[in-house]
Design a protein around this ligand. Structure first.
Ligand SMILES: *Cc1c(COP(=O)(O)O)cnc(C)c1O
Length: 236
């Protein structure tokens, strides 16, 4: 990577930090209350290291294969690592011991597999439950009406700990407020917090990406996952 690309990542992280800080303060929080996860997909180890040096809090990776390759290359050294993408049950074993938080747990089946593998490894794995807040056919995630039932089914598993909720909401339609789905997520988050389930703590609400992270923070997000505004556009 060139020195210029490194500088650009540095500048991007600094700019995004300022926006996060301002949004946090508007929401009655401190800047450090918001966790900045860099969505590192398609960025190589060197670029990920540049982002870590520029001061992101956490790396978030989407694909198990890509994560394992970059892990070998020490891409994530110096920052915690979260898994934020689609996860198949048979790949869970590769993540245990490498990731601090699996943000994208979208079914009871997956939660049970994580519990099983974490138990084998003698650890407790922190997870977030991914909610399909827009009930979109093409997206994974737990239906908002089934989230409490899901929690009931997994709260007895003691090698996982539910630490909050994650969502990738649809873009609101023209006659909806731009914060429509973020507000629905906040309400769900508060409802669940109030019920005080065993083994469940609603510490984290992960929502907001490059296009809408300030709105997400305004609605209560304390984890934002940012790719484009840190690394530039991805070239698929
Ligand atoms: C890629 C990705 C992001 C970041 O997307 P940007 O729009 O580039 O900020 C956030 N969350 C998940 C789950 C992603 O896959």
């Amino acid at each position: 990577m060139t020195q210029l690309e490194r500088l650009e990542i540095e500048r991007n992280v600094a700019a995004v930090r300022e926006k996060i800080a301002a949004a946090a303060i508007r929401a009655g929080k401190q800047p450090e209350d918001i966790m900045l996860v860099a969505a590192t997909k398609m960025n190589d180890a060197e670029r990920v290291q540049a982002a870590i040096q520029a001061g992101i809090d956490v790396c978030g990776e989407n694909r198990v294969q890509e994560l394992l390759g970059k892990y070998e290359e020490h891409a994530y050294d110096g920052a915690p690592l979260h898994f934020i993408g689609t996860l198949q049950s048979n790949k869970v074993k590769y993540l245990i011991g490498k990731v601090d938080l699996i943000q994208s747990v979208s079914s009871v089946k997956l939660a049970k597999m994580i519990d099983k593998e974490a138990r084998k490894a003698g650890i407790c794995q922190n997870i977030l439950l991914e909610v399909n807040i827009g009930r979109e056919e093409a997206k994974l995630g737990i239906d908002p009406d089934e989230i409490e039932q899901t929690i009931g089914e997994i709260s007895g598993l003691d090698a996982i700990r539910v630490c909050g909720l994650m969502a990738i909401p649809p873009k609101p339609s023209e006659n909806q407020e731009s914060t429509y789905y973020f507000e629905r997520m906040w309400n769900l988050f508060i409802d669940i917090s109030d019920k005080k389930y065993d083994n469940v703590s609603m510490n984290y609400l992960s929502m907001g990406m490059s296009a809408d992270f300030e709105q997400a923070i305004a609605c209560g997000a304390n984890i934002v996952r940012l790719g484009t505004v840190i690394f530039g556009a991805r070239h698929y």
